[in-house]
Design a protein around this ligand. Structure first.
Ligand code: ADP
Ligand code: MG
Length: 363
């Protein structure tokens, strides 16, 4: 079975589209990838969505994103030379505009109208993965641990950390079962905001700018005092929890922007490492994936913090490029939905029972 997975996360960098072939055992093999960046204007518009955004504006974004996703599918088909008829379906994560798992009732919204994507591409679309988990009593995220288990499960205990806009951790038991998974805190988003403001760049390449600054221990301690980090899992983050507003709410900011950037990098590394210490159950190693895996300064800091007993590997070292893991994972979830296979997130999101995740929009 051949699937296309489309992932666009909270970094708002764009969409990763992956082609994946599944063998009989259900193991995916990636066989093509493109990254289609959002325009600076679209990213800015998406960043500006908040509780006061008019519904009409949100619906326009929903339609506009569908066009972006359909175009990404066409580019991927072209790049891989794959025939449309060989593809069973598209698995579409969508763009999270709102995620409030602790609101009453809990709500989440991934934009990018699947009906339009199905109509434009002529392919079935599986979408609305998080909605169904919320409906079943889960916190809607992270969903990744179940496919991290399928991709990276090993004989020994292992943790997988995906560093996107926020960072999420998967705790895999020996034998590969996903035991637990949760958002640890900020990933790249706060660092990206610093790069936009002071480097006029989308991100700090290799973390080089952050690495040229000095961590401010007092400021770091203040940031680490946020109650979220103490809260036991299951937990997932509202899209706006750790944003510029949160950061600006702290006093005693380092005088130099570069030191603030260094402190933000240390915050990401520290919150991941301490989450592994608290809830990771003594893993033999830690696999890093997502865009953060390309941030060499972050990897260095995390590796140092984890120590020699828990080596840090990139998913590339295990055969799957870090930029493709999440899109591949949604292809995996989409295949499960097409086959009517329930996914067990009970120990991860707190869903009441294993559920078939995602709605199917026929071609
Ligand atoms: N070479 C690099 N150096 C530093 N950071 C990088 C590099 N490449 C990607 N990133 C980071 O990864 C982010 C994108 O990661 P991604 O996994 O797509 O996150 P999301 O799932 O939130 O979209 C970028 O915004 C940037 O912060
Ligand atoms: Mg991305």
């Amino acid at each position: 079975m051949r699937m296309i997975g489309l992932m666009s996360g909270t970094s708002l960098d764009g969409v990763d589209a992956v082609m994946a072939d599944f063998d009989a055992s259900g193991r995916p093999r990636p066989c093509g990838h493109i990254h289609s960046p959002y325009s600076a204007e679209l990213a800015r518009t998406l960043r500006g969505v908040n509780a006061d955004t008019p519904l009409a504006h949100t619906l326009m974004l929903d339609a506009r994103l569908a066009g972006v996703y359909a175009a990404a599918v066409e580019s991927l088909l072209k790049a891989t030379g794959s025939a449309r008829s060989q593809v069973s379906a598209i698995a579409l994560h969508g763009q999270t505009l709102w995620h409030a798992p602790r609101a009453e009732p809990p709500v989440t919204c991934q934009a990018g109208d699947p009906s339009r994507v199905a109509e434009a591409t002529g392919l079935p679309v599986v979408a609305d993965f998080r909605q169904r988990d919320l409906a079943a009593g889960g916190v809607g995220a992270p969903l990744a641990p179940v496919f991290h288990a399928a991709l990276f499960g090993a004989d020994q205990r292992r943790c997988v950390v995906n560093v996107g806009g926020v960072a999420n951790l998967s705790v895999l038991a020996a034998g590969g079962r996903a035991e637990r998974g949760f958002d640890t805190g900020p990933g790249n988003a706060l660092m990206d905001a610093g790069a936009r403001r002071y480097l006029d760049a989308a991100f700090d390449r290799d973390g080089a700018w952050a690495a040229s600054g000095r961590t401010d221990p007092a400021f770091l301690a203040q940031l680490l005092a946020d109650a979220y980090f103490e809260r036991p899992p299951p937990k997932s983050l509202d899209v706006k929890t750790f944003d510029q507003h949160w950061l600006d709410g702290h006093t005693g900011q380092p005088a130099r922007p570069v030191d603030r950037q260094a402190t933000l990098l240390a915050l990401t590394a520290e919150t991941i490492a301490s989450a592994i210490e608290r809830w990771g159950g003594e893993p033999r190693d830690v696999v890093i994936t997502g865009g953060g895996a390309a941030n060499t300064a972050l990897c260095r800091a995390l590796n140092h913090r984890l120590g020699d007993d828990r080596p840090l590997l990139t998913s590339d070292e295990l055969g799957i490029p870090a930029s493709q893991v999440e899109a591949l994972g949604f292809a995996w979830l989409g295949r499960a939905a097409l086959r009517g296979e329930p996914v067990d997130l009970t120990s991860i999101t707190g869903a009441r029972r294993p559920i078939i995740l995602g709605g199917i929009y026929p071609a």
